[in-house]
Design a protein around this ligand. Structure first.
Ligand code: PAF
Length: 280
């Protein structure tokens, strides 16, 4: 496994690989790797000749300085896991390498995809995400890039940015990976106690309940019913929203043509968790 810290050296290495007609799979991460990341790596390894994983805690996507500071950083553990997973290349750049002119996001038109949910509650977050992903795509020049559906809104926004800037990268999605009790895997889970993790499994139970019962409600009523269920739990619900899976606009009524996806964000203590499922 080769580890690069410098963008220029990595780009030269990749260009050389591409001259040999090797396809390049890319898995961008912020480290603190778990089984969810490793299944993205496995997915990429199956479909490409070479897999690059980046580890970079991107400052511009944190709208809260304390959150950035407490984000788990364990590069040595991550490198060991990636070596065991047979990753070919790791990109571990210092902040200056990605943001030589200061840690500021670019202004990228997100076509309103950031109007609701994470975009509403974490202002500036998605501008930071697309800024860093665009820079990574320019450095790594991947054939395919892999993103988990747990961050479904991020996935749609990255698809849009890739098309808008005509970046020649295929965006591949991967289903949500879950732990015992159905809790969606996330690096933030490590900030919860064992009991909190168990109780946070309630989010998945609520999503499953909605998948089974949504026909008894319209989207707004379903959201209200979910709110009432969360009031009886130890989680503090931030939003439960039924949206069009493509435009991410909230749905007023069910539409077989559009389909529907349910998104939830909730706090367990100080830890903010997100999850989502297709309803149909
Ligand atoms: O999903 C993440 O871990 C991050 O948002 C990403 C895509 C690596 C960009 O920093």
């Amino acid at each position: 496994m080769q580890v690069f810290e410098r963008a220029g050296l990595l780009t030269s290495f990749i260009e050389n690989q591409k001259k040999q007609n090797h396809s390049v799979g890319f898995v961008p991460t912020m480290g603190a790797l778990h089984r969810g990341h490793l299944s993205l790596v496995k997915h990429a390894l199956r479909e490409n000749d070479l897999v690059v994983v980046s580890i970079f805690v991107n400052p511009t996507q944190f709208n809260n300085a304390a959150d950035l500071q407490k984000y788990p950083r364990v590069p040595e553990v991550d490198l060991k896991l990636l070596r065991e997973a047979q990753t070919d290349v790791v990109f571990l750049p210092p902040v200056k390498e990605i943001y030589p002119n200061g840690t500021q996001s670019e202004e990228i038109d997100l076509n309103g995809l950031d109007r609701h949910m994470e975009g509403q509650f974490r202002p500036g977050h998605f501008q930071g995400v697309v800024t860093v992903v665009k820079r990574f795509f320019n450095i790594v020049k991947p054939t395919r890039a892999y993103f988990g559906e747990k961050d479904y809104q991020q996935l749609q926004i990255i698809r849009h940015m890739t098309q808008l800037h005509k970046l020649n990268v295929e965006i591949v999605s991967h289903p949500v990976e879950r732990g015992p009790g159905g809790l969606a895997l996330s690096s933030r889970n490590e900030l919860m106690s064992l009991q909190q993790k168990e109780e946070a499994g309630f989010i998945h139970k609520a999503l499953q309940w909605a998948q089974k019962n949504y026909r008894d409600f319209n989207p707004r009523q379903l959201q209200e019913a979910l709110k009432a269920r969360f009031e009886k739990s130890n989680l503090k619900l931030e939003y439960a929203l039924v949206s069009d899976p493509e435009s991410l606009e909230p749905l007023e009524e069910w539409s077989q043509k559009k389909g529907a996806r349910l998104f939830i964000a909730a706090y367990m203590g100080e830890v903010r968790l997100i999850d989502n499922v297709p309803l149909f």
